[in-house]
Design a protein around this ligand. Sequence first.
Ligand SMILES: *[C@@H]1O[C@H](CO)[C@@H](O)[C@H](O)[C@H]1NC(C)=O
Ligand SMILES: *[C@@H]1O[C@H](CO)[C@@H](O)[C@H](O)[C@H]1NC(C)=O
Ligand SMILES: *[C@@H]1O[C@H](CO)[C@@H](O)[C@H](O)[C@H]1NC(C)=O
Ligand SMILES: *[C@@H]1O[C@H](CO)[C@@H](O)[C@H](O)[C@H]1NC(C)=O
Ligand SMILES: *[C@@H]1O[C@H](CO)[C@@H](O)[C@H](O)[C@H]1NC(C)=O
Ligand SMILES: *[C@@H]1O[C@H](CO)[C@@H](O)[C@H](O)[C@H]1NC(C)=O
Ligand SMILES: *[C@@H]1O[C@H](CO)[C@@H](O)[C@H](O)[C@H]1NC(C)=O
Ligand SMILES: *[C@@H]1O[C@H](CO)[C@@H](O)[C@H](O)[C@H]1NC(C)=O
Ligand SMILES: *[C@@H]1O[C@H](CO)[C@@H](O)[C@H](O)[C@H]1NC(C)=O
Ligand SMILES: *[C@@H]1O[C@H](CO)[C@@H](O)[C@H](O)[C@H]1NC(C)=O
Ligand SMILES: *[C@@H]1O[C@H](CO)[C@@H](O)[C@H](O)[C@H]1NC(C)=O
Ligand SMILES: *[C@@H]1O[C@H](CO)[C@@H](O)[C@H](O)[C@H]1NC(C)=O
Length: 560
Amino acid sequence: MTMGIITVGQFLLLLMACNAHVAVGSFNGSQSDRISLLEFKKAISDDPQRVFMSWNDSIHFCSWEGVLCRLKNLHRVTSLDLGGRGLVGTISPSLGNLTFLKYLFLPNNGFIGEIPPSLGHLPRIQYLCLSNNTLQGQTPDFANCSSLKKLWLDGNHFVGQMPILLDNMPTRLQYLQISRNNLTGTIPPCIGNFTTLAWLYATYNQIHGEIPSQIGNLPVLQVFEVMRNKLSGKFQLAILNLSSIVDLRLSSNYLNGELPSSLGSSFPNLQFISLYHNLFNGHIPSSLANASKLIMVDLSDNNFTGVVPSSIGKLEELWGLNLEINQLHARSKQDWDFMYSLTNCTKLWGLSLADNQLEGQIPDSLGNLSMGLQMLYLGINRISGSIPTGIANLRSLNYLALGGNHLTGAILEQLGNLENLRQILLPNNNFTGHIPSSLSNSTQLIYLTMYNNQLDGNIPPSLGKLKVLQVIDFSYNKLHGRIPKEIFNIPTIEIVDFSFNSLDGPLPPEIGNAKQLEYLYLSSNNLSGAIPDMIGNCESLLELKLDQNFLIGSISFQHP
Ligand SMILES: *[C@@H]1O[C@H](CO)[C@@H](O)[C@H](O)[C@H]1NC(C)=O
Ligand SMILES: *[C@@H]1O[C@H](CO)[C@@H](O)[C@H](O)[C@H]1NC(C)=O
Ligand SMILES: *[C@@H]1O[C@H](CO)[C@@H](O)[C@H](O)[C@H]1NC(C)=O
Ligand SMILES: *[C@@H]1O[C@H](CO)[C@@H](O)[C@H](O)[C@H]1NC(C)=O
Ligand SMILES: *[C@@H]1O[C@H](CO)[C@@H](O)[C@H](O)[C@H]1NC(C)=O
Ligand SMILES: *[C@@H]1O[C@H](CO)[C@@H](O)[C@H](O)[C@H]1NC(C)=O
Ligand SMILES: *[C@@H]1O[C@H](CO)[C@@H](O)[C@H](O)[C@H]1NC(C)=O
Ligand SMILES: *[C@@H]1O[C@H](CO)[C@@H](O)[C@H](O)[C@H]1NC(C)=O
Ligand SMILES: *[C@@H]1O[C@H](CO)[C@@H](O)[C@H](O)[C@H]1NC(C)=O
Ligand SMILES: *[C@@H]1O[C@H](CO)[C@@H](O)[C@H](O)[C@H]1NC(C)=O
Ligand SMILES: *[C@@H]1O[C@H](CO)[C@@H](O)[C@H](O)[C@H]1NC(C)=O
Ligand SMILES: *[C@@H]1O[C@H](CO)[C@@H](O)[C@H](O)[C@H]1NC(C)=O
């Protein structure tokens, strides 16, 4: 014990001696770091969280908030981390003198002006994060930052060429995040020299031109996200070389032509592919089903033709399949085989084939889709026949949209068993029969639209049990009987459209209870009697249409 204490004491003494010795000498790196930090502080004009309160002479700068130094006795700053502190000001060029700095984290503040070029001289910097500030101008040349591994510059107002990728950039770069700026120019071919790059995010910029073939030289690239730019040209075949790719997002560009037929066979690790809102055409390659780790496939809003590949069910991990807004067809029963195939995708959460050219009946296999399916969009096609009763098996369904088809038959009673439904959109079809009162059991319903069908019978008063309903639209049907007063006791109701039916009887005074009601359309019915004064209590009402009825009286509104 005693020995130990003596040893520590001696060690301290030694340290002090050492310090004293150096102090006698001239200006050292540690002093320089302190001055650099103070210069940095000086350039901050607003510090709402009083971060810099601790930056005073009573404590060593290595203990200032956000500052870390080397563990050894050198007292050199290795880390400056002041993310999300509401700081406003410019970034002082003095930071370029922190030659031991490895981490510089200043994201989510209000830094303005340009990045000082001196930051491009930090020899040991490994992680540099300036995300989500209001920095502008061109980004500096980081060519001399030969240790740089991760660089975040997203969410600023940078302009110019994708400048960080100049020829002689350090090739240790693993992570580059430059999304949400105003960068222009093309993706430079020298990108192929960044062979350590695993993550490349450049979304929401103005980058144009073709994706260079050198992209195929990046053996460890896992994420390539360039959506919302102005990229053009065909699908770059060199992308097929990216066998490590997990996440490929090229959506919202001007890419065109056909997808390579071997697409899915090249990506053993691919989990996310997003090509929506481009100009692609041709068939969806059936090889897609060979990319066996796919979770999310979004090819929507292109010009794809042909059928949905029936191999798609091989994708055991598939969670989302979005093929809406294309020219896909299903003419024969066989063309619908994909539906049966999809029953193998037991993790399927969302399926959209809306706005295509599907014809014929929805196969009964629909009812065998994943129990976890929450979104089913098949609207705006040419589907006929009735809704398969098996749909009632899809207990998790939240969103059901089948509008704009040629569907016939009754609206299934069993829809009321789907207690998670939030939206039922069945307009513009040829449904007949009654509106099932069982729908009142889908108590999560927010949207219920069935306009422009051939429905008759009454509007079930039980719908008043839908306590979060906002929109109910049964216009252009053949409904008769009274308007149920219960609808207007729903506290959330905003839009009621029962126009162009054969409803009769008086207007219920309960309309005045609907404090959120904004649009009430009851035109072209057989409604009669006096207009209740209570309507004047609808303080949110923006539009009211009662014409083409037999109503009498007038309405006065209290509010302006
Ligand atoms: C210096 O910083 C310490 C630590 O935050 C603080 O307690 C002290 O009040 C500061 N001194 C002055 C003069 O601001
Ligand atoms: C640098 O100088 C300061 C005082 O001038 C001294 O406290 C410090 O120990 C010196 N650092 C080194 C590493 O010599
Ligand atoms: C960096 O340090 C040098 C001296 O070491 C000094 O002359 C220069 O002004 C400093 N630069 C900045 C931007 O603080
Ligand atoms: C920057 O903001 C985006 C969008 O708000 C956010 O997703 C991202 O995590 C933020 N970046 C950092 C480093 O906090
Ligand atoms: C990189 O360092 C070299 C040698 O110190 C220097 O000549 C060159 O100008 C520096 N480049 C940049 C972009 O700072
Ligand atoms: C990009 O530039 C346009 C036009 O100059 C401007 O309206 C927009 O706000 C800029 N966006 C960003 C993120 O800087
Ligand atoms: C890639 O790097 C090599 C050597 O570092 C260089 O000669 C070549 O020009 C670079 N390629 C591109 C496309 O920039
Ligand atoms: C594919 O990658 C290999 C090595 O990773 C490379 O040698 C080759 O040039 C690349 N081909 C294309 C077309 O990018
Ligand atoms: C989509 O393809 C059809 C025929 O296949 C063609 O007539 C149409 O012009 C294409 N649309 C676009 C936007 O390319
Ligand atoms: C669906 O799974 C079964 C059993 O695992 C398999 O035999 C069948 O080929 C699969 N169908 C598709 C389209 O993947
Ligand atoms: C509904 O049926 C009528 C009569 O068969 C037909 O004229 C009309 O086009 C159909 N409407 C829809 C949307 O299928
Ligand atoms: C609503 O559900 C309850 C119990 O789940 C059931 O008894 C009742 O018949 C259902 N109502 C309608 C109108 O289907």
